[in-house]
Design a protein around this ligand. Sequence first.
Ligand code: SAH
Ligand code: SF4
Length: 337
Amino acid sequence: MEALRRRLRLDPQVIRRLRAVFLRSFCGQDAALGEVPEATRSEVSTAVRFHELERIETLHSVLDGASKVLFKTRDGCRIESVLLRIKTGRSSVCVSSQTGCVAGCLFCATGRLKNVRNLTPPEILDQVVQTGEMLQAEGRRLRNVVFMGMGEPFHNRENLFSALEQLSSPGGFHLSGRHLLVSTVGVPEGIRRLSSCFPSVGLAVSLHSVRQDVRDELMPYCRQWPLPELRAAILERNTVYNQPVMIEILMLEGLTDTDADCAGLKEWLAGLQVHVNLIPYNPVPGTVPVVAGQVLLGSREQRVGEFLAELKKAGFKATRRHSLGADIQAACGQLAR
Ligand code: SAH
Ligand code: SF4
């Protein structure tokens, strides 16, 4: 952009306004080009590539305010993003960081996909731009960007950080760290690097179980980082930034939701600044994951309520996640091209 600006002798203000209209107001390419003097507009229009992804299909939930958007990259990979329209008007987009995920968690549709590659910063950011434009057309505003779509963000750390840089930069999307959230399967080194480079960006950790054997079975990839190592990284993060880390617990009957699980979790979390988020299990069609000879089953509604009450009674901040878009396979763990 800077080279182009110099070549066309454009006022830096023009580029600043173009970026603001495109990246902050989400008014689209034509409106952004409207900021450029007419004499050079067509040249800017040919020189600048505004979009990196092709939008293939959009599904709207009939249950709630979720939409799932299927995009295609230039080399033909398919990825999905989810738009979450929340009643209060604070809309969020859940973006993908990879075209699949090598972590292969038993309960997740993304983990079953083959041919995984990292998304580039423009591919990550165009998900935000295009969904932001969809919301803008409805008179809504995109407020939050959460890295909870396809992929493990810390497996694509450099591109993730480059995207976060743009998302938080005043000359870019200008979103504060409070409106950005990265969810990880629990890569300690990634957590440390995020804490030092982007301390105010929210962190969520998919803990699911504090029983090492259960976690190893559910998330085989995480065996390389035993639970104490993960806890140490969360503790370190707490010392760097005074905001709770979100701890995600997938509620599975008899596996992560027993009284012993609740007691173990409370003990594990003692001394950490956290917010526990209980996630109901969204079954993945066509799969029957088995752990210890038992088919994975979501916890009963009542059990989730009891577990939540127990955590709150012990003084923990805790909430239950209401996954949106279950009817269009857009809920947590259901994204699969
Ligand atoms: N790779 C990152 C972020 C994407 S998944 C991570 O694993 O944290 C976002 C959340 O959805 C994670 O907490 C993940 O464990 C959870 N999830 C995966 N599959 C799920 C399913 N079938 N039902 C409910 N939650 C699921
Ligand atoms: Fe990857 Fe997250 Fe799915 Fe696990 S839950 S396979 S880390 S996307």
